[in-house]
Design a binder for this molecule. Structure first.
Ligand SMILES: Cc1cc2nc3c(=O)[nH]c(=O)nc-3n(C[C@H](O)[C@H](O)[C@H](O)COP(=O)(O)O)c2cc1C
Length: 435
């Protein structure tokens, strides 16, 4: 493997739900968003291009933070509707042989036993290709479907997630590797002495165990994480094997990556065991002019887009942004029990600018152009940052976008020796840690 190689992944933003439904290239039948075909099409293209993983985003409630109503969310399809990502995963698994599949599940919605069992099963049926994006929940509407009025306080959610992870780890290692005997002659299926209850009694969870299935091929799913707050970074340092994050420029990428690596070292881990991937939304076309024209068209914002963005910001932060004027600075102090690192970046800024920035970011102009130009820029960025790769995101992609990235941009990266042309290993983790 070349010293400068980096990893590629795709953030399936808006989860198992509609993609480019009002786009000129939306495909033949918008109502098919409830079927796995768009995900399968993307997964197969990604595998052809040697990607590490397909990350299925998720949130499960119909939000109502903006204007205290779910109407804007449903009208514009802002983070809803969404079907269950754990049900999409087996279709992606069946359609591919090497690609890693990362499923988002929240530690405040699942019970540890249920989650440990689900991922054990997914890893078995995928022959070792499953990852878990560990999220802790954000808005109160999410909590209200799970027996509570509000989310737990932000930092406490991470404390709970630490214990959740410990329970899962215990369950995933509860069967010795040779516990499954399958001795037909003597009639022994499994050896009970090699299967261990965990008898966990902690502050938040009480779980006896053991799990009712043998160890999974990877022993545990690849742990993916996206928390950007100090507490979130500490959690990532302790547990994450890949961190996905948005950054404003290469200097910010470098700073974030170093902070995450330092947290891993502080937790006694090898920093190379955490691959930090940065969100990017390149716009590729045959000429620079064509790509720039598409970029310029994509940042023209109409009233629908403004309302879409305000509803989205409201959901993620739990703050109703309909109360603020678009052309005035936001208050210097915004209190969020949701995505804190994001909200901190908005304080004191003009709301309209944040929206325009959101539409632009992370498709900064440097990632707009011919495959040759964008591949060259990605190379430069990675050299400056030090690693570890990129996570493509485009919430409204039509199928044509998949082809432009996977069959246009990535072959150029491969030609330069920057990304893999073939999978070396059978398991997701081994491929992720290979360079
Ligand atoms: C790239 C990216 C993807 C994320 N995906 C999800 C997701 O699928 N579901 C979810 O509930 N939160 C998701 N989040 C939110 C994070 O899990 C986390 O809650 C958020 O970044 C706030 O963490 P912080 O308060 O530590 O900054 C994502 C965040 C980022 C940056």
């Amino acid at each position: 493997m070349g010293a400068d190689m980096f990893h590629l992944a795709w953030f399936f933003s808006k989860g198992f739900g509609p993609k480019a439904w009002k786009h000129r290239w939306h495909g033949s039948d918008v109502a098919r968003f409830t079927k796995p075909d768009t995900g399968v099409f993307l997964a197969q293209a990604m595998e052809r291009a040697g990607f590490d993983y397909f990350m299925i985003e998720d949130s499960s409630n119909v939000p109502y933070t903006y204007q205290g109503s779910h109407n804007a969310y449903l009208r514009h399809s802002v983070d809803t509707p969404k079907l269950d990502p754990a049900v999409l995963a087996p279709f992606l698994i069946e359609a591919t042989t090497n690609l890693g599949i990362v499923v988002t599940c929240s530690t405040t919605e699942y019970q540890p036993f249920m989650l440990a069992r689900l991922f054990n099963t997914l890893d078995h049926v995928s022959d070792g290709r499953i990852g878990w994006n560990v999220v802790t929940g954000s808005n109160d509407g999410g909590a209200q479907n799970y027996n509570r009025d509000r989310q737990w306080p932000h930092d406490e959610r991470y404390d709970m997630a630490d214990e959740f992870m410990e329970v899962c780890r215990g369950l995933w290692s509860g069967w010795d590797d040779d516990a499954l005997v399958l001795d037909l002659e003597n009639g022994i299926f499994a050896d009970g002495d090699k299967v261990h209850p965990i008898d966990h009694e902690g502050k938040y969870y009480k779980v006896r165990g053991p799990l009712s299935a043998p160890p999974m091929p990877q022993r545990s799913p690849v742990i993916c994480q996206a928390g950007g707050s100090g507490r979130g970074h500490r959690f990532a340092g302790q547990w994450a094997e890949t961190v996905i994050t948005a950054a404003t420029d290469p200097a910010d990428m470098k700073r974030q990556r170093e902070a995450i690596r330092q947290h891993a070292a502080d937790a006694g881990r090898d920093p190379d065991g955490v691959k930090v991937l940065f969100l990017v939304s390149p716009i590729i076309d045959e000429t620079t002019e064509l790509a720039l024209a598409r970029h310029n068209a994509s940042v023209e914002i109409d009233d629908n887009e403004v309302q879409y963005q305000l509803a989205s910001l409201s959901r993620q932060s739990g703050i109703d942004f309909s109360q603020f004027a678009l052309d005035e600075p936001l208050p210097e102090r915004l209190v969020s029990n949701g995505h804190q690192s994001m909200v901190a970046k908005w304080e004191g800024r003009v709301l309209g600018d944040i929206i325009r920035g959101n539409v632009l970011s992370p498709g900064s102009k440097s990632f707009v152009g011919t495959p040759d130009h964008v591949a060259g820029y990605m190379d430069e960025v990675m050299q400056e940052v030090g690693g570890d790769g990129f996570l493509f995101v485009n919430s409204y992609f039509p199928r044509r976008y998949v082809t432009e990235i996977c069959d246009g941009l990535v072959p150029e990266l491969q030609r330069r020796g920057l990304t893999r042309t073939a999978y070396e290993h059978e398991h997701f983790r081994d491929n992720l840690m290979a360079f």
